[in-house]
Design a protein around this ligand. Structure first.
Ligand code: ICE
Length: 539
């Protein structure tokens, strides 16, 4: 990509900031930076969104119920609150699960809520919750029930945990609650943390039945959006690597309960599940490594890393064979798509890990990411894990009760002997190496945390990217400017995009979206004469 034709990122930044009043300006200035991969500058992340800015973020309830636990498909998820929260989290995330002979139950299609009314807000909703749990149990006879608190529940002080304890006694199944009121954190990120703690406390470690296969791993932070987990699973299976549990994508209660018996945790989305990885290591001795199955090169790298961990010649050979096979199929696709996509530019504003991961897919087909940012990631996701000690106050942590986790004297088991660890280190293997987004991006890339609609509009006007990866809240705004928008949360209706097979889907989709002639029919608003009827904005 001829970077000389790109605008000066510092000037774009100034242009974006200049309309803000001084307080907002001060805050937003810290959240907008020009990248330097060799020494990533400190970014203002995981802070409260300025009121009035249209944020892409979600709430803490969304991060807990929707993201981390929702995909467990054979337990019931009951939202305690007025109907809106349950309704809007009903099947909106495309975390797919399939009925299979060995997994006959799939409750994912259901939206369960206590549907609180005014009277419960005034007199308390605990009785209604207890009745709802009983009723749901009678109908579905699940293995476990999870209850989620929404904002009003926290405000009126319903004690969902004591209701769950009582129900557990009464029904004889596992029932547990999550205090994931939407306002608990500054975004869904706090919900991830709360969910990690709850899943770890109430499920992980309950079933001491290791799977018989060798090379057992858990894939953490993979939610099977559009079938990604299936693509990864298939790839790993080809290599002879066994997945005990995917947290949480197309996964059962029992799989979660026994995931502490795996040999290794591999982490896809660090943001949403690093807490779990750390706690499992402390209590059970399962080490973790960061992987990324988004992008061909990254998938190959991740497979090699898993093989390196197991130090098994046969496995290593098999992994190389599989990579060679997959790449042989993928290369012609890349070559073809490149003829139409090379030199094009992308911008991405997504969540807490995808804005980082998806740059590799664009890079595979010769495209450059010119601007990127997360919605709710923390500083380590931008700057790398080594900044963790310097993060003093975590905006979310104030409201989240940390679990006290220690090694379990009966279940802790070191996965490697000191000699094996030394051999691994001698070979350059490193655990917990997490570089973050900025170190893997071009110098001079514009980084914007928690981007606003005003900033996206300016970005389109000044950078004219060929595609933007974003979400439903801005998709149609972007497309009205004549720029295609690929939803990187739900994948629109597509996917999978993970692993080599998924990468092929993504390349073709991007090619189709960028090169369709339809965009020539759209005139962006700044090219039109101002409409006097509009008293604000650009008209
Ligand atoms: Fe992790 Mo949308 Fe998943 Fe990430 Fe997370 Fe969310 Fe999904 Fe997005 C998610 S867990 S729901 S990879 S909350 S697409 S951080 S914002 S980039």
């Amino acid at each position: 990509v001829p970077t000389a034709t790109l605008p000066d990122p510092a000037a774009v930044r100034e242009e974006m900031l200049k309309i803000y009043p001084s307080k907002t300006l001060k805050k937003r200035s810290k959240q907008m930076l020009v990248n330097d991969p060799s020494a990533p500058p400190e970014i203002g992340a995981n802070t409260r969104t300025v009121p009035g800015i249209i944020t892409q973020r979600g709430c803490t309830y969304a991060g807990c119920r929707g993201v981390v636990i929702g995909p467990i498909h054979d337990i019931l998820h009951i939202t305690h609150g007025p109907i809106g929260c349950g309704y809007y989290s009903w099947l909106t995330r495309r975390n797919l699960a399939q009925q299979r002979p060995d997994q006959p139950i799939n409750f994912l299609q259901y939206a369960m809520s206590t549907d609180m009314m005014e009277s419960e807000i005034i007199f308390g909703g605990e009785k209604k919750l207890a009745a709802a749990i009983r009723e749901a149990y009678e109908i579905f006879k699940p293995k476990a029930i999870a209850v989620y608190a929404t904002c009003p529940v926290g405000l009126i002080g319903d004690d969902i945990h004591s209701v769950c304890r009582e129900a557990k006694k009464e029904l004889g199944i596992n029932v547990f609650g999550f205090s994931c009121e939407g306002y608990k954190g500054v975004s869904q990120s706090a919900g991830h943390h709360i969910a990690n703690n709850g899943v770890f406390k109430h499920m992980v470690g309950l079933l001491d039945e290791p799977d018989p296969e060798p090379f057992r791993i858990n894939v953490l932070g993979e939610y099977n959006i559009g079938g990604d987990a299936w693509a990864i699973d298939t790839l790993l299976k080809k290599c002879g690597i066994h997945v005990t549990a995917t947290l949480s994508g197309d996964v059962t209660y029992d799989q979660i309960c026994k995931c502490h018996t795996a040999d290794l945790n591999v982490v896809m989305c660090h943001r949403s599940i690093n807490y779990m990885a750390e706690m499992m290591e402390t209590k059970y001795g399962v080490p973790w490594i960061k992987v990324n199955f988004i992008g061909a090169e990254q998938s190959a790298k991740s497979l090699r890393k898993i093989a390196a961990y197991f130090q098994d010649k046969q496995l290593t050979d098999r992994v190389e064979e599989v990579i060679a096979q997959e790449m042989a199929e993928l290369r012609p696709v890349i070559a073809d798509v490149k003829t139409r996509c090379e030199g094009k530019t992308a911008a991405m504003f997504v969540g807490g890990s995808r804005a980082h991961h998806y740059q590799h897919l664009f890079k595979d087909i010769g495209m450059l990411t010119v601007a990127a940012g997360y919605e709710f990631a923390h500083r380590d996701d931008y700057e790398g894990r080594d900044v963790l000690p310097s993060i003093k106050i975590d905006a979310d942590s104030r409201n989240i009760e940390e679990l006290e986790v220690e090694a379990d004297p009966e279940k802790f088991q070191a996965r490697k002997t000191p000699e094996q660890l030394a051999a691994l280190e001698a070979g350059g293997f490193s655990f917990k190496d997490y570089e973050g987004m900025m170190r893997e991006m071009r110098k001079e890339t514009l980084i914007i945390d928690d981007i606003s609609h005003h900033e996206i509009e300016k970005l389109i006007e000044l950078y004219k990217p060929d595609i933007i990866g974003s979400g439903i809240k801005d998709k149609f705004v972007i497309e009205k400017f004549g720029v295609p928008c690929k939803q990187l949360h739900s994948y629109d209706y597509g996917g999978p995009y993970a692993a080599f097979t998924g990468a092929a889907n993504f390349y073709k989709e991007v090619d189709r979206m960028i090169n369709t002639k339809v965009w020539q029919l759209v005139t962006p608003s700044w090219k039109k004469p101002a409409d006097p009827a509009h008293t604000f904005g650009r008209g």
